[in-house]
Structures are given as C-alpha cells and as structure tokens.
Design a protein around this ligand. Structure first.
Ligand code: ADP
Ligand code: ADP
Ligand code: ZN
Length: 217
C-alpha cells in the first residue's frame, strides 16, 4: 500500500502515520522527522534546513525532493510507504509523480485530515515530542503515563522549537497558500479521501482502517 497523509500543521498526520505504518507494515516517510534527525546529527543538509524550519518556512524544494527520492528508491519501501509532510507544494507534487513513475508504482489514496485553525493552535501548543525516539504526545489530549517522560523509550519530552505561536501563524499561512491547492490536484486524480480530523485518535484510526479495507474489496 502506498499512501499520502495530508493536512495542516497539527492535524494529526504524524500520529496517524505511525499507527497506520505499524498496522500495514509499510515505511513511514516523514520529511519533518528526517530533517529533525539531520539537525540532531548536525549534517550539512540539516544545518541548511534548520534555518528555514525554525522560522516556519519551507525548506527549498531541491533538498526535500532529493531526500524523498533517495528514500522511496530504498528496498525497504518495496512493500509500501506512507508519505507524511510531502508534497507541500505543486512543484513537489509534480516531482513525486516523476519519482513514482521511475519506480513503476502508484499512490493508492491521499488521506486528508480536516481540522479547524482554533483546534490546530491548541494541538500545536500542547504538542510534546520525545527527544530520543520522536514519539508524539499532547499535554491534554494524549498525555504520557508519567509527565515529561516517553512511554515508549523513557526519553525526555520536549517542545519542538518551531511550535511557537509566532511560527505557527507562518506555517498555517504557507499551508493555505501552497499546500492546500494540492487537494484539488489529488481530487482530480480521484485519490482524495477527506476525514474528520477532530475525532478522537482511536475513532479516527478505525475510520481510516475501514476506508482502506474497503478499497481492497
Ligand atoms: P501533524 O503531524 O499533522 O503536525 P501530530 O500528529 O504531531 O500532527 O499531532 C499534533 C498534536 O495533536 C499532537 O500533540 C498529538 O498528540 C495531538 N493529536 C493528534 N491527533 C489528535 C486527535 N485526533 N485528537 C486530539 N489530539 C490529537
Ligand atoms: P507539521 O507537523 O507542523 O506539519 P512537519 O514535521 O511535517 O510539520 O515539518 C516541520 C517543518 O519541516 C516544516 O515547517 C518545514 O519547515 C519543514 N518541512 C517538512 N516537510 C517539508 C517539505 N515537504 N517541504 C519543505 N519543507 C518541509
Ligand atoms: Zn521515546
């Protein structure tokens, strides 16, 4: 299975991507996670990306497209993958089509999580991530068992540097201007599946599974 998960910042893409990849045994390709890892490792690419990410701006297309192409071509992606946070503009969407053509594969569905701005802001400001393994929590909606500590690996939970009120506004603006138009692009290809992203995590996960299960019939 090959999927895209889309939605504004804070919609729950990462949360559901992790659940779906485990369920379907496919590879989670999160460009945001890849950049955060590169920044932690201090690679040259990571250092360039950081300047854009910290301000809430998009990382230049050539860098993003390069890392996605490399990843999709890896053998581990043969069984399928879920792209989370890519594509984010029309240039990236067109490049993705070329990459998929090169590999002789197609996207099965584009999952679009719909959430209103006021809820997004609450989600992003309450988001906490594990500094070790990247698992995502929310101080109210999805708290860890022990405050500040990751359930999965025991690492410390931190707030992402780009999850500030100022940066959130920039990211929402960029989403509306550059990323939202992609929904039409995928609707025209009959791939778009709109989902109510406001539902509780488990309920929404079940709805997505039902939808994807139905596609195989
Ligand atoms: P994205 O990857 O789209 O930016 P995340 O998956 O990181 O979004 O989710 C943003 C925040 O909202 C996290 O703190 C997460 O725990 C929380 N969250 C995700 N999905 C839901 C949901 N359906 N209901 C309530 N909170 C959610
Ligand atoms: P969110 O969870 O808020 O949707 P991500 O974790 O997907 O954010 O991405 C964090 C940041 O990484 C983005 O604000 C952007 O600066 C950069 N980034 C991630 N994916 C892309 C992409 N496809 N194109 C350009 N920049 C990206
Ligand atoms: Zn962890």
């Amino acid at each position: 299975m090959r999927l895209l998960i889309m939605g504004p910042p804070g919609a729950g893409k990462g949360t559901h991507a992790k659940l779906l990849c485990k369920e379907y045994n496919i590879v989670h390709i999160s460009t945001g996670d890849m950049f955060r890892t590169a920044i932690k490792l201090g690679t040259a690419e990571g250092m360039i990306a950081k300047q854009f990410i910290d301000k809430g701006n998009l990382v230049p297309d050539d860098i993003v497209i390069g890392i996605v192409r490399e990843k999709i071509q890896e053998n581990e992606c043969n069984n399928g993958f879920l792209l989370d946070g890519f594509p984010r503009n029309i240039e990236q969407a067109k490049s993705l089509d070329i990459i998929l053509d090169e590999c002789g594969v197609k996207i099965d569905a584009v999952l679009n999580l719909q959430v209103s701005d006021d809820i997004l802001i609450k989600r992003i400001s309450g988001r906490r991530v594990c500094s070790k393994c990247g698992e995502t929590y929310h101080v109210v909606n999805h708290p860890p068992k022990v405050e500040g500590i990751c359930d999965v690996c025991g690492g410390n939970l931190v707030q992402r540097k780009d999850d500030t009120e100022e940066t959130i506004k920039t990211r929402l603006k960029i989403y509306n201007k550059q990323t939202k138009p992609l929904l039409k692009y995928y609707e025209k290809q009959n791939l778009l599946k709109n989902l109510n992203g406001v539902e509780d995590i488990n309920l929404l996960f079940n709805n997505i599974k039902k939808l994807l299960g139905g596609m195989n019939d």
